[in-house]
Design a protein around this ligand. Structure first.
Ligand code: NAP
Length: 327
């Protein structure tokens, strides 16, 4: 079997760090499906994992990368055969199972999603877990009645991976999107991918009352903490909040008043262990009605050697959009 490069994360002398090494398939965690990885991607969780900034990895050394897309080389499972193009994201990838930052990847067949018609392997990883999470959030809010006529939709952490893709998807679907960002210099980028309005985190007046002026029909929250508390206070009656991130903190200090007086619903979004039927449905939508129109603007590509530097930038909120990895 061929040798290939991989970004393997080690825990040595109390420090967690990744470096590029050469591996063979037999070095990888076991699984029924072996694929040649075409692309992987960088998510916030990957940066936390590979630097030790978050206690994500449960087994060292481990190939990083919670996402992979590629072509099946061999499969012991009848659902997949050599030549199939597939996606594998989340589950234990890059956490307790060797992930996508390697030329080859070996995974349990139950984690594998066939690449839907309408997406290339590159596009699948420009989306990756970030795009899947944004699509899942749209799907879950629509199941709860979200529609463009309900009113404006706030997306925070707007230049981030999940949020950039959510903005693009929502704008395509006809929603009026308001982007909230800490990067004022990226206002043109945000308008370019579909935001109707851009507001600045630096000048945002959050107020302190349990209920503030109702502003949003829906909100997509990648930040948590104070911003999520502010969102609960500023939702319109019947407003829907998708909570999927904690880039700004894990606390949530609010009251029950938005829930009992305005019927606000806080909807949790977990991309890691979505049941397969819903997972396939969302990937199908990502290839069709939710397919972002500005993936070329949102994503750029790096190699394995550049990853340690990229992780540092991600943790400092210094990255815009998505980063695709070509291993
Ligand atoms: N629930 C799930 O299944 C799931 C899946 C994927 C990701 N996530 C989570 O979603 C969040 C976003 O992930 P991502 O991959 O899109 O990350 P990302 O690309 O690094 O984006 C995060 C964005 O949040 C904003 N931000 C960063 N630090 C902040 C702070 N201290 N206060 C307020 N805003 C801050 C920044 O946007 P601006 O500069 O534009 O404000 C930043 O670009 C992360 O918490 C991640 O763990 C969850």
């Amino acid at each position: 079997m061929d040798r290939f490069s991989a970004l393997r994360v080690f825990s040595e002398d109390g420090k967690v760090a990744g470096r590029v090494v050469e591996l063979g398939v037999d070095d990888l965690a076991p699984g029924g499906v072996v694929l040649r990885t075409a692309f992987s991607s960088v998510n916030y969780k990957d940066a936390l994992a590979a630097t030790g900034a978050g206690k994500i990895i449960r087994r060292f050394p481990l190939v990083g990368g919670i996402d992979a897309a590629g072509t099946v080389v061999s499969s012991t499972d009848a659902r997949f055969k050599a030549g199939d193009e597939v996606i594998c994201t989340s589950y234990d990838m890059g956490v307790a199972h060797d992930g996508g930052y390697a030329g080859m990847c070996r995974v349990p067949a139950d984690w594998v999603v066939p690449l839907p018609a309408g997406l290339s392997l590159y596009e699948a990883m420009a989306l990756g877990t970030a795009g899947y999470t944004a699509g899942l959030a749209v799907e879950l809010l629509e199941q709860n009645g979200l529609a463009p006529a309900n009113g404006r939709v706030l997306v925070n952490g707007a230049t981030g991976g999940v949020s950039s893709l959510a903005i693009d998807m929502l704008a395509r679907a006809g929603y009026q999107v308001v982007a909230l960002t800490g990067k004022d210099q990226e206002a043109d980028y945000l308008r370019g991918i579909g935001a109707a309005e851009v507001i600045s985190r630096k000048t945002l007046e959050m107020g302190t009352r349990p209920l503030e002026k109702p502003l949003w029909a829906a909100a997509f929250d990648s930040v948590g903490g104070e911003q999520l508390a502010w969102l609960t206070r500023t939702m319109q009656p019947g407003g829907l909040i998708a909570s999927y991130g904690n880039a700004g903190g894990i606390e949530l200090n609010t009251t029950v008043l938005p829930f009992i007086l305005r019927g606000v619903r806080l909807i949790g979004v977990d991309s890691a262990f979505t049941p397969m039927a819903l997972r396939r449905k969302v990937w199908g939508r990502l290839a069709t009605d939710l397919k972002p129109r500005h993936l070329q603007t949102i994503a750029r590509t790096v190699g394995l050697a550049e990853l340690p530097e990229v992780f540092g930038q991600v943790l400092k909120a210094g990255v815009r959009g998505r980063i695709v990895v070509k291993p």
